[in-house]
Design a protein around this ligand. Structure first.
Ligand code: NAP
Length: 312
């Protein structure tokens, strides 16, 4: 029997994903019809979803077995009260690789003080800023999920002492793990570079507020590829202005695109990147979607199910 998968992620993504999804279904021998535009809701077995696509109301999709999100973050769908179907988020190996590269690159930029050499080509021979080696530069990884663990492992392989922080107590090889408020204070007080790879939930919104930013050691660096609202903008600007935060590299923002008048753009010690840390890649992501459809049709447990109560 043919199952219908409704691609409700928008026309732009349809063109990028269609050939890869068809190929991935073929590789798994799935008899799935891909529908790009509102098919009969009762006929839809799966919804391939991205925020800003075609569906706000999931109520009519009474026979839908799963909603398969193309994004790693689910904050724009998890609170939708019409969504009663199982929701899976995207864990794409290529997205993870991209995040590891972005985080490692930006950590090394700050660790090595690369800017001072790129921006100061003025004929002065400065040998006063030899960086420490990585083993003397503690890094905090806030979030020890798919992305935090992968980035933490890459940094630990370069000898950075990595302290991780998560909601539940974790045991991750090569990472000193912490949880709870005391754990957060412990890692923030000791880290020289803080990377935030947390999902946006009611508990993590404004996590780095004035009080917690006040725990940072003087001159710490913040790198946020998680979500903009994890950090209070005003508190971050104040921490930058008093030098407690030496630099903030931000990929994600409360409002995206970041409005041209936002003070982050002009701040000399803020680097803005336009939410490009890690993209879902259609070829590998399509294989993840296909595998979840195969599992559902075979009545096997779905991968990467979102816990609605937790919000991620
Ligand atoms: P994940 O696998 O769900 O991991 C989330 C981690 O955050 C887990 O370790 C979890 O703790 C921890 N966490 C959640 N709520 C917490 C809380 N209240 N206190 C402390 N820790 C908490 O997520 P992921 O795949 O690593 O992705 C993380 C985030 O990265 C995504 O949600 C998304 O916002 C962002 N992202 C950004 C980009 C980009 O291009 N900038 C791309 C992809 C993803 P437990 O381990 O205890 O569950």
């Amino acid at each position: 029997m043919t199952a219908t998968a409704y691609f409700a992620a928008g026309q732009d993504l349809w063109e990028k994903y269609q050939p890869h999804l068809e190929r991935a279904f073929g590789e798994l021998g799935l008899d799935v019809t891909l529908a790009p535009h509102a098919p009969d809701p009762a006929a839809v077995a799966f919804i391939i979803f991205a925020p800003g696509g075609e569906i706000e109301d999931f109520t009519p999709y009474t026979n839908c077995r799963a909603v398969l999100n193309l994004w790693a973050g689910v904050e724009r769908i998890v609170g939708n009260r019409t969504l009663t179907q199982p929701l899976c988020r995207m864990v794409d190996p290529a997205l993870t690789e991209g995040m590891v590269e972005w985080v490692t690159g930006h950590v090394l930029r700050h660790h090595l003080g690369i800017d001072s050499h790129i921006l100061n080509q003025d004929g002065i021979w400065r040998r006063d800023a030899v960086p420490p080696i990585a083993r003397d530069r503690p890094v905090a990884m806030l979030g020890l999920g798919e992305l935090g663990r992968a980035c933490g492992a890459a940094l630990a392989a370069l000898n950075f002492p990595v302290m991780g922080w998560s909601r539940t107590a974790r045991d991750v090889v090569g990472i000193e793990c912490h949880s709870g408020d005391e754990g957060l204070e412990h890692v923030l007080r000791r880290a020289e570079i803080v990377v935030t790879l947390l999902p946006l939930t009611p508990e993590t919104e404004n996590l780095l507020d004035a009080r917690r930013l006040g725990w940072l050691s003087q001159g710490a660096v913040i790198i946020n590829p998680g979500r903009g609202p994890l950090i209070e903008d005003e508190a971050l600007l104040a921490a930058l202005d008093r030098g407690q935060v030496k630099h903030a590299t931000l990929d994600v923002f409360r409002t995206e695109p970041l409005p041209p008048e936002h003070p982050f753009w002009a701040h000399p010690r803020v680097t803005v990147t336009p939410h490009i840390a890690a993209e879902t890649r259609p070829a590998s992501a399509s294989r993840v979607v296909a595998e979840n459809i195969r599992r559902s049709l075979a009545n096997e447990p779905l991968l990467y199910l979102v816990d609605r109560a937790r919000g991620y």
